[in-house]
Design a protein around this ligand. Structure first.
Ligand SMILES: [Zn+2]
Length: 136
């Protein structure tokens, strides 16, 4: 479980704003948490992350549906209230996941840092012992 946090699968989708294919990395955990397929995934890109792609990804990580919006000119795009609410809900879910993963990674970092400091101390003691023996 802990290792799967950063495991990703790459997939490709065609972006109707950039008019090109984008290769993206989707965390495996998003699929594991999906309650139905295809599952929704929101991806930001562009020079200022101003392009938002609303993706529908199947169980094999193939993008089955993609619609992109330029957030700088959102008023010129047609976006329904229902679709907006749907995107906000999905973003809230992704944000919650990121916060949880941050907490887990932070705990993992603290564990490793403690081990590192213990080893560093052990190394320091051994080095001291070696130097003392040299002087005999
Ligand atoms: Zn794009």
């Amino acid at each position: 479980m802990r290792n799967s946090i950063i495991e990703c699968v790459s997939t490709v989708f065609y972006c109707n704003i950039c008019k090109e294919n984008h290769k993206i990395e989707v965390p495996i955990t998003i699929k594991q948490k999906a309650t139905s397929f295809p599952f929704q995934y929101i991806y930001f890109h562009g020079t200022r992350d101003n392009i938002m792609s609303n993706l529908y990804i199947d169980a094999d990580f193939k993008v089955r549906g993609a619609e992109s919006f330029n957030l700088d000119s959102l008023e010129t795009n047609f976006i329904t209230r229902n679709k907006s609410l749907n995107i906000i809900r999905e973003l809230a879910k992704q944000l919650k996941d990121v916060r949880r993963e941050y907490k887990i990674l932070n705990e993992r970092f603290n564990d490793l840092n403690e081990k590192y400091l213990a080893l560093k101390f052990e190394f320091f003691c051994l080095e001291k012992e070696i130097n003392e023996n040299k002087n005999i």
